[in-house]
Design a protein. Sequence first.
Length: 642
Amino acid sequence: MAAVNPYLQVENLTRRVGDRVLFQNVSFGVAEGQRVGLIAQNGTGKSTLLNILAGVDSADEGTVIYRRDLRIGYLPQEPRYPQDLTVIEACFWHGNSTTNLIREYESCLSTPGNPGLQEILDRMDYENAWDYETRSKQILGKLQIHDFQQPLNQLSGGQLKRVALANVLITQPDFLILDEPTNHLDLTMIEWLESYLSHSSMTLLMVTHDRYFLDRVCNEILEMDDNTIYSFKGNYAYYLEKRQERMDATNAMIARAANLYRTELDWMRRMPQARGHKAKYRQDAFYELEKVAKRHIKEEQVRLEVKSAYIGSKIFEAQYVSKAFDKRPRQGLEAQGTEKLVILEDFYYNFSRYEKMGIVGGNGTGKSTFLKMLLGEVEPDKGRFVVGETVRFGYFSQDGMQFDEQMKVIDVIRRVAEYIDLGGGRHLTAMQFLQHFMFSPQQQQSYVYKLSGGERRRLYLCTVLMQNPNFLVLDEPTNDLDIITLQVLEEYLRTFQGCVIVVSHDRYFMDKVVDHLLVFRGEGKVDDFPGNYTQYRDAEEERERQESAEAAERKAKELKQADAPRRQHAQKQYLSFKERKEFEQLEAEIEVLETEKTEIETALSSGAISVDEITRLSKRLPVLNDELDEKSMRWLELAERA
């Protein structure tokens, strides 16, 4: 599958880990301007493949060829930096000549006496590095990285991933390789990154489970399945449609082969010893036919309706709960009093039976803390959670995945339960339940230490569901899960006969699973929205449009009101016919200019536009202000006599 005007060409790539083949004879290309999403099941080597493409790892066989002089940027799933660096130093750690110059400048400023500063300033001017640094700090700000001098050893894993993302975007490579770029981003950051990449000219190859992100950013999907690469020239929605067509065609082929196989099997039993060339040829063809007839589509969906434990009408009641934490001052700053980070303030909520609630909000607004208070792991400062007696929680936490590495996968589940009740006297064994979540019988007999990160995450999910709870509390369950697993989990939760609370940044997942949202806005403010995430975003955009229009209207009224006293006392001089026409025209022109100004200011503060667009609008804004001032002064002059 050669690419036209290729940036990257991969030929017959094979990688094994021990006796396990991750992928074999994989070939594909990425051309200039393509934005490619790579989809595959956990454990098939997606991250290993990206590491090989980035030169971090090596293949057992095959070749990777890039176009000469191509600038490549890579965001690994788990970035690593020297821990003695600061945030700003890390952001320019892997870069180009400009980023190296900025690192040199930052280092000079922090050195007593600033040796060689003038020479560095001259080079900064020559390479236009000032704009580069400003844009860099804007990107860091969009990713909620504000303390540029904070040491890396004070950052969480999620914060470090965001620093690495900023680093790779700042370098503006020709070809950008991203491994799960939306992990550890809140919804606002994801939507900003989505817009940034959509408007960028960079060529992309990415692995992500975020299906809306794939749909809106990518123009081609590559699927790795059964050691074969399938290419779909379109976004994720197009891929789903064409993939289903492929699966239907494959199933039809298997069905035809199975029918013919039964006929040939009867012949083989009657003719155990091939006689003659034709019989030998037919016998060889039989074995090839057998391979096709015994193929299975791995992702056949079996509806799993588990009977959860009985849950009464009393679920939980949050009785005027308040919670706050002391904010940690930045390093080197003295705390002026004790500033509080407010999570909840007199929050009341009565949770209903069979509710499926989603929780959204920015990082640090208290979503995970809310769950821990509900589960009794964190005490409120005031108020309490009253939980019904029949409630049995199943909790999937961000940091709860702990296994004995030497245990077999099946034994991990059997330690929880031997089977799960389906109701009506039916049940699923631990082995059958694992198969539903795509652990093959061979994998179940393998050891935990052999599992990939995504497979471990999936196993942890199975241990939670196998407890047969009637109230699932899921904190970021979608991180590191492949799309196929997400589809199985979505179907499971959709038919789950109990209560669900989900904290997730996966918008597609939230739309599929929840029926309303708690929106954590920060500073203790929590809104209850009756709908899914897409409906919430539509409502938010409409609210923002109305607020912008109302602000423009208020400003126009204030301008007129401020001029009213002067107009009342002015000597009345009637306008000529020409001036009256000019006056009416000015009112219309000023309104148009005010609207344009509001739109530009909104766009510049949104972070959802390209660098070229930021430059264009920044040049337009002062010209617009001058024109608006000129017309407003003329309008005031004519208004005195109107």
